[in-house]
Design a protein around this ligand. Sequence first.
Ligand SMILES: *Cc1c(COP(=O)(O)O)cnc(C)c1O
Length: 478
Amino acid sequence: MRYISTRGNSEPKTFTEILLGGLAPDGGLYLPQAYPQVSRAELDAWRGLSYAELALKVLGKFIDDSDIPSADLQALTFRTYTAQVYGNGRADSNFADITPLRWLEPGLATLELSNGPTLAFKDMAMQLLGNLFEYTLMKSGESLNILGATSGDTGSSAEYAMRGKRGIRVFMLSPHGKMSRFQTAQMFSLQDPNIFNIAIRGVFDDCQDIVKNAGNDHAFKQKHKLGTVNSINWARVAAQAVYYFKGYFAATRSNDEQVSFAVPSGNFGNICAGHIARMMGLPIKRLVLATNENDVLDEFFKRGVYRPRGADQTFQTSSPSMDISKASNFERFVFDLVGRDAAVVRELWRKIESGGAFDLSQTPYFERLADFGFVSGKSTHADRVATIRSVWDQYGVMIDPHTADGIKVAVELRQPGEIMVCLETALPAKFDETIHEALAIEPERPVSMAGIENLPQRFEVMDADAEAVKRFVAARVD
Ligand SMILES: *Cc1c(COP(=O)(O)O)cnc(C)c1O
């Protein structure tokens, strides 16, 4: 298995060769040369597997034995997908399942992906990434210093995945005083010596600019072995494909059935994994993409126009992890949509990178969207609040605002007889304000998070000064 770039001008690479990197050298994203196929016999054999076993099978399709020996991959998936790691969520969940399926009514279910350490679905892939990074760095004898910027979920998920890992340090920038108390406590209470929280006097964009500045300083980047853990990382996407298989098996009795998945989307990482599972042969009927008020992707799937927006046109909403107006993983899907013609992708992204848009509505590609199973819809703050309320009233289940966006669109687009699995991307405990607005009660907090705000915190406060941050990093790495 080799990985090629969506822009067509990079050398094919192995899984391990692209594991620690981000974009391909030509600016594209990595994808397998061809999607590995899963046969009916394999699906039948996989149906009864545990999550860790299934992860080994699915990931084994993407990683050659000569790259990571299967016994090592098995040790990694078995160490990652345990009830201890994914047992931080709702008191009534079956943590042994890792991603329990919860029926709301016949044909409508949620797939719980947020019982990991930071109560959001990003832990599903990030925990594996931490173990994979440590494993490959140990083998090569190298080290890695991750410099990232976060407004909440991604940073804490990365820190909880990398804490205590040999050969890895994390420097995470966040806007000082701008995250919720809960998010701040989650990150800043980590005492591991390889985790550095840097609170920047500024906004999220200032943090991101500093990361970009350091990344563009190639001498600095190379000298200090700088890396990132952003959502375009191929291993994250591959690891996310696993729960589509698990969810499919949990929602069906036989592999003759089809399932649709509803996915609250931002950077298109989660639903891209669903697309890949479908391309591998998993019987997925439809992929229902849900956005919030930041509806760039809904506009594309409805009208064929992809028009990313700037920060000034991006709304701050009550499903903040979806406040994204340029979907970093979207290029992977478009590569498949245009028949894997890298020249077409280059031309489309030439327009995007010069601040423009592209319109496929008058091309044959637009009609192909349905062949790929995609449909979309959007949700607003009022929809989220109403959905949180109705799911609570009808089913006695409390959901978070992001999951609510997904369920709102799923219910709207659901067809008679369709099995619809809505991906739960976070727990309500992280978003008590919106829950309070909808239900006038406080969300229950998992025991593991009780009193987290009272723990001692470890962080530096710094100005939005790239050179100062670079000096801070340089002084703490080899
Ligand atoms: C990151 C995130 C999303 C969006 O996922 P993408 O992979 O970026 O599409 C949705 N909900 C929550 C809670 C998230 O943290």
